[in-house]
Write a protein that binds this ligand. Structure first.
Ligand code: AMP
Ligand code: ZN
Length: 134
């Protein structure tokens, strides 16, 4: 897609710090890392978000995330690992080309990925079950 920065990075038109590349994906270091080793999985084919991502690439992306998590954890000796994927501005997406964040976590770091737990009421549970479950 024209004028998509992640299309250009994924396809090598713009140089990046590349940790891994295959026919479908490039894994790069995030330019504004949340922690040491924060990386992004970028599919080479444009999909704006998870809704547009073909099933085959979705499956491969998760397998690659697992592989990279192991590799990064071993290399950087992090203490934990978050995999984050934002869809839509409301959810924090700023680049509208699907990507998965690989975020190594270190004891005492200040990466903020937590929320205050709410309450699942009977009414809301039943509403969601009636609308979403099969
Ligand atoms: P999101 O907010 O989920 O859309 O994440 C976008 C991520 O892309 C942020 O973590 C940015 O730091 C990162 N980012 C934006 N532009 C670049 C770039 N040119 N190279 C590497 N990472 C980038
Ligand atoms: Zn793109």
């Amino acid at each position: 897609m024209e004028n998509c920065i992640f299309c250009k990075i994924a396809n090598g038109e713009i140089p990046s710090a590349t940790l891994y590349e295959d026919g479908d994906f490039r894994v790069i270091l995030d330019l504004g890392p949340a922690s040491k080793g924060h990386a992004l999985i970028l599919p080479k084919a444009h999909a704006a978000n998870i809704y547009e991502l073909p099933d085959e690439l979705a499956g491969k992306a998760m397998v690659l995330a697992k592989k990279m998590a192991g590799k990064i954890t071993e290399a950087l000796k992090c203490d934990g690992f978050n995999i984050v994927q934002n869809n839509g501005q409301t959810a924090g997406q700023t680049v509208f080309h699907f990507h998965m964040h690989l975020i190594p976590r270190y004891e005492g770091d200040s990466v903020g990925l937590t929320w205050t737990p709410g309450e699942l009421t009977d009414e809301v549970r039943e509403e969601i079950l009636s609308k979403v479950s099969q």
